[in-house]
Write a protein that binds this ligand. Structure first.
Ligand code: THU
Length: 160
């Protein structure tokens, strides 16, 4: 796995500086007493609206919800399903990858969603299809690994 979508700090700031600062503000609302790992997310909808989220942990651990999914679910609950970019912000290095569960949730609507993960020193950027080349689908009563997100490896489509 190469890190071709690990870019320098300037990238996300240049593309949507407001979204980056909103994701960083959302960190302050994180509830992370167990991991001490605070995460903020800001999601830009196609009409310009921004939905933010933070991670919310729980004493039972497994009920913890990530910042990304909280931002996405809040946007959907507010009537949005057309997303342009998500910025995920952490306080610490190294810059992480969004977890697989959040990527799968993002993949429900747009495969060309732009993802920026920012920590103080670095930004990791790419499209959803780079972060998640395959996703689980459930359509017309069948299920499997849908390759339609993977624009770089179209031969994968034949495996369905
Ligand atoms: N976390 C997120 O909010 N987003 C991710 O993509 C990965 C992990 C949170 C969940 C938990 O509260 C903490 O980070 C440590 O796993």
């Amino acid at each position: 796995c190469n890190d071709s979508f690990l870019l320098l700090k300037a990238a996300a700031m240049q593309r949507d500086p407001e979204l980056v600062s909103m994701a960083r503000v959302a960190i302050e609302r994180a509830y992370a007493p167990y991991s001490q790992y605070r995460v903020g997310a800001a999601l830009r909808c196609s009409d310009g609206t921004v939905s933010t989220g933070c991670n919310v942990e729980n004493a039972s651990y497994g009920l913890t919800m990530c910042a990304e999914r909280n931002a996405i679910f809040a946007a959907v609950a507010a009537g949005h399903r057309d997303f342009v970019r998500i910025v995920v912000a952490t306080e610490r290095s190294p810059v992480p990858y969004p977890c697989g569960a959040c990527l799968q949730v993002m993949s429900e609507w747009q495969h060309d969603l732009q993802i920026s993960v920012v920590c103080p020193e670095k930004t990791r950027e790419g499209t959803l299809s780079q972060f998640l080349p395959r996703r689980f689908v459930f359509k017309n009563g069948s299920h499997g690994a849908d390759a339609h997100l993977d624009t770089e490896h179209p031969e994968g489509r034949e495996t369905l």
